[in-house]
Write a protein that binds this ligand. Structure first.
Ligand SMILES: Cc1cc2nc3c(=O)[nH]c(=O)nc-3n(C[C@H](O)[C@H](O)[C@H](O)COP(=O)(O)O)c2cc1C
Length: 304
């Protein structure tokens, strides 16, 4: 018998728990030459802002031991072009897709959420809360429970779509931030975004990234991500989407085991464009091997 791979994220049912992580999978269509993108639980597209954004000048990416640092600067095509050109093609391809969004102010978040919510084909909105709030001295919205509660409540009012709030790991107590998102109306939380890092060149005496600091991702962050997902799963009652360093089916299963309802795969897509679908096949093979009827009989079953 085929195991039941479907998962529920609140009212949203996904055919399986494997999604691409924002910023590592383009707008989804770029991966259509490698496999049928409609096989994924969902595609989370590159972070969209209300207006197109050019991002940072180069160097924007540095390879590190077991990971990478990026400071892309949230380059994207903007909400209008996404609605007009990309969304119809994702629908044609039969893909389930969610939009990751960001803004420099709460009003910008509201505007992009409202515009994208006009798309009947859009499955969910994922709020990137790691962005600096320009009106509050540049501190990230997601840095405090108060900041996340405000942002979540305002975007909640701007959209009727399922709302996922994506948390920054650069905080002292991520479970409290997650609880604040839940309290303000999030349907799910996704975590983690990248950890702030830095790389310098000792010969040129210069930073390797034009932005000086960047976000660390990849296998290097997996233990931190797993611990944070576990802590958040114990604290909130809404579904948790696990992200961080997932490269294999075993990695994804670890996140499900500590309580995540679904996972997103990021940096692994750069090394292997088929990573998401191979992880999906590996999860199915594991459930068959263990003779489990579905994800539900494995998820959250960590033995302590
Ligand atoms: C090049 C790059 C661009 C990213 N862009 C975004 C983005 O636009 N919005 C967002 O919420 N996260 C973004 N992320 C973070 C990822 O979605 C993910 O949370 C993080 O990389 C950890 O997962 P991983 O270790 O599997 O890559 C980006 C990551 C990378 C590497």
């Amino acid at each position: 018998m085929k195991p039941d791979l479907s998962v529920s994220l609140g009212t949203l049912r996904l055919k399986n728990p494997v999604m691409s992580a924002s910023g590592t999978f383009g707008y989804g269509l770029e991966f259509a030459p490698f496999y049928d993108i409609s096989r994924l639980g969902a595609i989370v597209v590159k972070g969209l802002s209300i207006a197109p954004t050019p991002g940072n000048p180069p160097g924007r990416i540095v390879e590190t031991s077991s990971g990478m640092l990026n400071a892309i600067g949230l380059q994207n095509i903007g909400a209008e072009r996404f609605v007009a050109d990309v969304a119809p093609r994702l629908s044609e391809a039969g893909a389930t897709f969610a939009a990751n969004i960001y803004g420099r102010t709460v009003e910008e978040y509201e505007a992009v959420a409202a515009r994208l919510s006009e798309l009947s084909s859009l499955a969910a909105i994922e709020v990137n809360a790691s962005c600096p709030n320009v009106k509050e001295g540049g501190m990230a919205f997601g840095a405090t429970p108060g900041g996340i509660a405000l942002l979540t409540a305002r975007v909640r009012k701007a959209t009727g779509k399922p709302l996922w709030v994506k948390l920054s790991p650069n905080v002292a107590d991520i479970a409290s931030v997650a609880a604040a998102a839940e309290g303000a109306g999030a349907d799910a939380v996704s975590l983690i975004n990248t950890l702030v890092g830095m790389a310098v060149d000792h010969r040129t005496r210069r930073p390797k990234l034009s932005n000086v600091t960047g976000g660390l991702s990849g296998p290097a962050i997996k233990p931190v991500a797993l611990r944070m997902v576990w802590e958040v799963c114990r604290r909130v009652n809404i579904p948790v989407i696990g992200i961080g360093g997932i490269q294999t089916a075993a990695d994804a299963l670890e996140f499900l085991l500590v309580g995540a309802s679904a996972v997103q795969v990021g940096t692994a897509n750069f090394r292997n464009p088929r990573a998401c679908v191979e992880i999906l096949e590996g999860i199915e093979a594991f459930l068959r091997e263990e003779r489990l009827p579905g994800i539900a009989s494995f998820r959250g079953k960590l033995r302590l």
